[in-house]
Design a protein around this ligand. Sequence first.
Ligand code: PEP
Ligand code: MN
Length: 340
Amino acid sequence: MLVVMKKDATAEQVTAVVRAIEELGYRAHPMPGALRTAIGVTGNQGAVDATHFETLAGVAEAIRVSKPYKLVSLDLKHDRSVVRVGDSTIGGDELAIIAGPCAIESREQTFAVAAAVRKSGARFFRGGAFKPRTSPYAFQGLGEDGLKILAEVREEFGLRIVTEAMDEAGVDMVERYGDILQIGARNMQNFTLLRRAGRSSLPILLKRGLAATLEEWLLAGEYVMSEGNYNVILCERGVRTFAQHTRNTLDLAAIPEVRRLSHLPVVVDPSHGTGRNHMVTPLARAAVAVGADGLIIEVHAQPERALCDGAQALRLEQYEQLVFEVRAINEAMTPASVTA
Ligand code: PEP
Ligand code: MN
């Protein structure tokens, strides 16, 4: 159920509707928009009777939402969501660039990449302290020591930190050191973790699962939002197919479709999406061209020595060139360039 307020509804009327929803034992999610506020109703098992709300002051209409996801849906909120971290944004006109190594390996390795990321003008730095590895014998990340290095990067370079947590204890730790919490592809349907992320004050970067449909991915976002955290960024990072020329198949058709269904910002990870150095830049260009709100790019000063995902890491100068190119594409695509 979606309760749409009239354009001139007052804050008191919105509060009264929220109270009426809560009195029925449901949860209310007010979403202010440019033209009107809509209030999502969740927590109901069956259908909710629209007449409960339609008679309340300031209510324009109450609409049944037939899609399985509600809060992520464009039906609820017509204005595109912009996630703000300090003065940096994901989802506005500016293309968000999130770059850094796959894993935090050492202070020196991290700082070398961070300096290049800062120089490129990107606002966000990525790097895993907790790494979900296929083999239990592979490098698992530095854990809290890695997060401390990331906190130093934030201090030294003014970059916002995007980093993964694999479990609830990890979320507690990332909340102490990071700015955006990444939920990795392997955890996209870890529902306990999603609910914990929904109670976090950090924005969530939610990667698409290795074999997730768009509906499953959006429902994972719905888990986070249903707990009250509305700052969700979706990330397309490729899915498993029969292809042998790439690590994953980057599903760029997902971008316009997600933007048709949801108000959430969506970024693309061409590093995991291809797994191969020479494909990262071409697919990054394409991602921007199909409407991605940002990119997440793995970068290493010495990819051949990387402890994790070296084959897909860009060298510093490759990364610098990529940023130059994707910014030009993004600028060519902003509406201003059509009217100018
Ligand atoms: C990563 O970002 O390094 C990572 C492990 O990504 P994914 O969850 O998409 O595999
Ligand atoms: Mn990686």
